[in-house]
Design a protein around this ligand. Structure first.
Ligand SMILES: NC(=O)c1ccc[n+]([C@@H]2O[C@H](COP(=O)([O-])OP(=O)(O)OC[C@H]3O[C@@H](n4cnc5c(N)ncnc54)[C@H](OP(=O)(O)O)[C@@H]3O)[C@@H](O)[C@H]2O)c1
Length: 303
């Protein structure tokens, strides 16, 4: 389950770096490397690419080959204008201390007012969007990063089929990955089928429902399987995600959890099917509706 049969050679088990504390980012990323993770997801918006870069550089110095790592980062909403894409990419690369990326994603399909403020708001506290740029304009600039060889692949995040299809059809370089929230309460089956048919990696974030309880981690079906097969609820959920053909991102913060989340094995077929039959439906992250991430502290300290 830990080696890939996905296009791009993307390792199915990915470590996400949406961690507010800089020191914890270095420690958790280092733990993840030591536990065996080789796929790392970061973002300009997480404001910790430098810390991720420090941990990756130490891992490489300790003998992990760069080619064995799969590193992603993401273009933030304030950099959608085509002339801002390459500079934003280069700045991320510099912070990560890398000379190429395996994957660069458009973080959300929403363009915000360009500028240094990642969270531009009007006097009423409403997000200021940028109506002068389309997602396809941004995509054309993303394609040039693949042409330059600096990003091996490009993709989209926080999109549904409605946003993906027009880009997929118009693209010279097709999206290689789509990163969206997915777990048993939000299986996104139609999008997954489209991705499988078109050789796109479906990369699930929040495979544990962001750890929110009640949620998939406490679902009775998951708990019963966990007891029956002697795996933790998190391991059951991560195995289900890989078994249905997605890659995933998880964010264990301690060494113990990094080892736990990396130690998954295939579910018995009846357990896999039982999870597929779970009827609860819940989205835990509203970023798809507004482009505003639900889990990053704003300047005011608000979530
Ligand atoms: N594209 C986007 O818009 C977007 C949005 C959100 C996230 N992401 C990416 O996806 C990554 C994954 O984030 P996520 O929140 O979805 O990660 P996750 O691993 O599914 O959930 C993290 C939460 O689960 C808990 N947890 C982790 N391992 C556990 C275990 N073994 N048992 C019980 N609880 C466990 C953590 O608790 P503790 O905090 O107590 O450790 C944390 O609260 C992010 O880091 C980021 O890279 C992308």
């Amino acid at each position: 389950m830990k080696t890939t049969n996905h296009p791009l050679n993307i390792p199915p088990l990915g470590f996400g770096t949406l961690i507010a504390d800089p020191a914890l980012t270095v420690a958790a990323t280092t733990n993840a490397l030591q536990a065996g993770f080789r796929h790392f997801d970061s973002a300009e918006r997480y404001r910790n690419e430098r810390e991720v870069g420090i941990a990756l550089k130490e891992g490489i110095a300790a003998g992990i080959a760069r080619e064995d790592l799969f590193v992603t980062t993401k273009l933030w909403n304030t950099n959608h204008r085509p002339e801002r894409v390459a500079p934003a990419f280069e700045a991320s690369l510099e912070r990560l201390q890398l000379d190429y990326l395996d994957l660069y994603l458009v973080h959300t399909p929403f363009a915000f007012q360009p500028g240094d403020d990642q969270d531009p708001r009007d006097e009423n506290g409403n997000v200021i969007y940028d109506g002068s740029v389309t997602l396809l304009d941004t995509w054309r600039a993303m394609e040039k990063l693949v042409d330059s060889g600096k990003s091996r692949a490009i993709g989209l995040s926080d999109v549904g089929l409605k946003e993906l299809l027009p880009i997929y059809e118009a693209a010279r370089i097709k999206p290689a990955v789509v990163q969206v929230e997915a777990h048993p309460y939000l299986p996104e089956t139609e999008l997954l089928e489209f991705c499988k048919e078109n050789n796109i990696v479906f990369l699930a974030f929040a495979p544990l429902g962001h750890g929110i309880k009640p949620g998939p981690l406490e679902d009775p079906v998951v708990l019963e399987i966990s007891r029956r097969i002697g795996k933790t609820p998190a391991q059951v959920l991560l195995a289900w995600a890989v078994q249905r053909g997605t890659a995933l991102l998880t964010t264990p913060k301690t060494m113990e959890r990094a080892r736990e989340n990396f130690d998954i094995s295939p579910l018995p077929e009846d357990a896999f099917e039982a999870i597929n039959r779970i009827k609860s439906r819940q989205r835990f992250n509203n970023v798809v509706n507004t482009g505003v991430p639900g889990f990053i502290a704003r300047k005011t300290g608000q979530k």
